[in-house]
Design a protein around this ligand. Sequence first.
Ligand code: ATP
Length: 339
Amino acid sequence: MSAAIRVEGLVKTYGGRHPVRALDGVDLDVPEGTVLGLLGPNGAGKTTVVRILAGLLRPDAGQARVLGLDVARDPERVRALIGLSGQYAAVDDTLTARENLVLVGRLHHLGKRNSSARATELLDRFGLTEARDRVVKGFSGGMRRRLDLAAALVAEPAVLFLDEPTTGLDPRSRMDLWDVLAELVASGTTLLLTTQYLEEADRLADAIAVVDHGRVIARGTADELKERVGGERVSVVVRDRARLDAAVAALDGLGLAPPRAEPRTRGITLPVRGGARVLMEALRRLDAVGIELDDAALRKPTLDDVFLGLTGHAARPADANADADAADPDAAATAGSRA
Ligand code: ATP
């Protein structure tokens, strides 16, 4: 299988008074017809990779090739072959959904009739037929995302770049979009997707590259990454912060690594093997020393866990966790296994 996307030694520093080395030597290889998930926290460098690959930004060093073309040398040809969707506000707020798609078709020289037919087909595929004659300004975030993605698909690109396609969507819209993307991939599109959600990469990607501080710090399938950080977590929230240390002591030795306490949330997490049985044992131990809990769960590793396991630091700043968790699809996975 030949590589649809190949990136070697990409380096990019943004200038200014405090220069930021956004990419520090990134290598990537995406075989044709496969999906690569670029997984990393805010500021890891994901968008910078996508912008370079789409010919919107020049790297300081390294090479990016898309479908055999050197992006720095042939940015326009590359842009004509790819689809790009994400944090770029590609759709025009003052036009209707249909007008936007037809316009994109015309920009790609599809001709009037073909542009119109393609718009009809995509509006249907993305559930926007009813909204087709409404001006985009009044669209919800989810509708906008779908339209943006539809616009990226007008010219039927063989390679598609999606920059955090589901950030900000509610769980239902996120799952709908995953279905559409899975269909696209099944039809042979090569996809590079950036995301902050392990579950999203898990669902869609054949391979995952974990990015942190402009470097790829791990590669593998979702299962391989989870295995590397331990498959499951027991997490509990103690009622009384003063008993946190006692709870950690009670749980010591039960997991694959020492329990990790977070005083701010009164939470303790530990990677375990053995599922519900270990959760029961944890509850027994805590009960035996009289520790009361507000919550207890067995859950799959989140991106935070993968990051912590791989880098020793959290994926998101501590003060961002509360908000981010509310929107984290991994959080939904714990709901069914709450004790
Ligand atoms: P996010 O999820 O927030 O989009 P990301 O992983 O896509 O994050 P990038 O947007 O690529 O990360 O940013 C990488 C680093 O480069 C960050 O530290 C960011 O602040 C910095 N950066 C990005 N764009 C610029 C710019 N135009 N000028 C200066 N610094 C920038």
